[in-house]
Design a binder for this molecule. Structure first.
Ligand SMILES: [Zn+2]
Ligand SMILES: [Zn+2]
Length: 292
């Protein structure tokens, strides 16, 4: 019997931590060159040329996230399936002393177990991130990598492999921000990066937002104003629950109910005011909290 079989949770935790690390590193470096600038390869050419080692390390971290995700998925069936050491040589060895399949084989096993067939474009992207990572690790990679390429790989990973479950899975790992008492700042950093590179439509898709009728979330607006992550926390949309209309934010998962109060701003007089227990009133039109 193979000793010390790992649980899938070990690989899941690693996958999530590596994904968060890759986003965090990318946000930090992108912030240095002006996160809120529009994306233009040429204008930032010098900055990205000087920071290639950072981009290389982010790509490696992202690759580790994808590989650990595949291991996790396969381990849900059995950790023995990720071993490349032939069973005749397992004997009573410890799991850690046996060999594990490489990325291509893990991807193939995953595809068979989940009965998914990736199209050629996705296969090419996954092959590219693997070969780029290997060449970087061997110390001979020469081409420039821009953040857009990293985020393209991330988008494919989340959309085609992880699926819409990704945000729910990573949420327990989002660090608490003591400065603002917020649990969503890291998610907003991720959203900023996704919005800047793949764009708003793809970001909405990854967040499970199915409407274009979007509004500012009062709670996220409040925290972002303090830390200046973004000025536009507009991913909230209306839902109906038990016959009542709510504004729901997929980032902080708060729901806000409609109030009869009117906005105090004389120029506004909008009825779009929502409240949440003990959080006061917010005018969606003026984007400000109102005095009680
Ligand atoms: Zn929110
Ligand atoms: Zn107003």
């Amino acid at each position: 019997m193979v000793k010390g079989l790992p649980s899938n949770k070990i690989f899941q935790d690693l996958s999530i931590k590596f994904l968060l690390l890759s986003f965090d590193q990318l946000y930090q470096i992108d912030e240095q060159q002006g996160l809120h600038l529009e994306y233009h390869d040429d204008e930032n050419y010098d900055f990205w040329t000087e920071n290639q080692e950072s981009i290389y390390s982010i790509l490696i971290i992202l690759f580790q996230s994808i590989e650990n995700f595949l291991k996790k998925e396969i381990c849900l069936e059995s950790p023995l399936l990720i071993l490349s050491t032939p069973p005749s040589k397992w004997k009573n060895k410890h799991f850690n002393d046996l060999l594990i399949y490489g990325f291509d084989d893990l991807l193939k096993i995953y595809s068979e177990l989940r009965n998914v067939e990736f199209d050629e474009a996705i296969k090419a992207a996954l092959s590219k991130i693997k070969s780029t990572r290997n060449t970087i690790v061997h110390g001979v990679y020469k081409d420039l990598i821009f953040p857009k390429e990293i985020i393209t790989f991330t988008n494919i990973f989340l959309k085609e492999i992880w699926g819409c479950q990704w945000l729910k899975d990573i949420r327990p790992f989002i660090p608490y921000e003591w400065e603002t008492c917020s649990e969503t700042i890291m998610i907003w950093k991720i959203v900023c990066i996704l919005e800047k590179y793949p764009g708003k439509n793809k970001t909405c898709f990854l967040l499970g937002v199915k409407t274009q009728d979007l509004y500012i979330c009062p709670m996220c607006h409040y925290y972002n104003e303090k830390l200046l992550i973004t000025n536009e926390c507009d991913y909230s949309y209306f839902i109906r629950k038990n016959g009542k209309k709510y504004l729901f934010c997929p980032i902080c998962e708060n729901s806000y109910v409609l109030s009869n109060k009117k906005c105090q701003n004389s120029d506004c007089n909008d009825k779009l005011i929502y409240s949440k227990d003990d959080f006061g009133y917010f005018c969606l039109n003026c984007e400000v909290f109102l005095d009680d």
